[in-house]
Design a protein around this ligand. Sequence first.
Ligand code: XUL
Ligand code: CO
Length: 441
Amino acid sequence: MPEYFKDVPKIKYEGKYSTNPFSFKYYNPDEIIGGKTMEEQLKFAMSYWHTLCAEGADMFGVGTADKSFGTDREPMELAKAKVKAGFEFMEKLHIRYFCFHDADIAPAGETLAETYKNIDIMSDIILTEMKRTGIKCLWGTANLFNHPRYMHGAGTSPNADVFAYAAAQIKKAIDTTVKFGGKGYVFWGGREGYETLLNTNMALELDNMARLMHMAVEYGRKIGFNGDFYIEPKPKEPTKHQYDFDVAAALAFLRKYGLDKDFKVNVEANHATLAGHTFQHELRYASINGVFGSIDANQGDMLLGWDTDQFPTNVYDAAMCMYEVIKAGGFKNGGLNFDAKQRRGSFELKDTAFSYIAGMDTFALGLKIAYKLIEDGRIDKFVADRYASYNSGIGAEIVSGRATMESLAEYALNKIGEVKTNTSGRQELLESIVNNIMFSL
Ligand code: XUL
Ligand code: CO
């Protein structure tokens, strides 16, 4: 069997003093943190599209990386080589899950029937590799944004034929996810939005999107899909305004249309920052509303206003992310999918390995720091104390629902006078505590 990532050896944990670039410094899959192995807690997944398909093309230039994997690019031969390359890569990097779009795993045929056939052939091959290696599918999805037919959207297209075509693609993508035993199915609405309201019936578009999601749930449950459906919020790009702007917007949509029992959110770090939020904000919003599901791990560039999908190397953000994941009870059906790509200038195949090592080590550190923050307890205690006024007296009246406008006015008039009970928020002290914990690992 040919070896595709020839320069990449099997990556092992060598500890923080190792200078071997092909080693994990912090990710030690079997190490127990908080009662479970790192591998169980982090559930890393490979993104099929960035890792095996994207060659670094941007708006100004063609690709720089060669992902022909030794083929002359005949579509089915290339698709087969990608399977072998992908599983070789995951085995070498100790990645136990993958995520895919229909279009990543099989080339489109001349007709939809031919595309279906290609997907069947390729999913059989992938399934064989899954059985050989024990690697699992985290989630699947349909690519409803690349082809020109989706120029005006898919579920939100003004053209009913496009809606029907999208449904046919989703049906097959759900079939394939179930065939792989995947526990997640993602809706990312890159073109589900609009450029101008002058040509847009927003009400119908949103109703139709919900209709499509209801059909997906009904079909999925019928064929035995018992995992989670996810919306992956993103405010813009490629569409100027995307309906799934952020977790709050996605949640309002899910609740309005009665989809919140079957859907959770797949939170992507770079999408959070594009929406003007921190990654942690989006995770907290999801978790307190019972819709935290999965994560697309990456990071944006502070100086750029688009989705750069960089591999996550910011340990602080990873720590805050894992803090939220632990508080949410850990991953159930979800995991950490690296929806991330190496920079265009990092064009060698071994750069893909360096990128994943960097991302996995970052999240391993994040996990350790998050547990330390929780064990240390100073942050949690501070927050609990800050709201202590709701534990008794008038605060308890408010929280229990017994207080009324009249009783509060009476209290304010007779008991408060002027408020003299505010305490400091101590932000700087808390930030220094986080640094103290982070750097005393
Ligand atoms: C695009 C993006 C997608 C989804 C899956 O910004 O994040 O790759 O994760 O369609
Ligand atoms: Co994503």
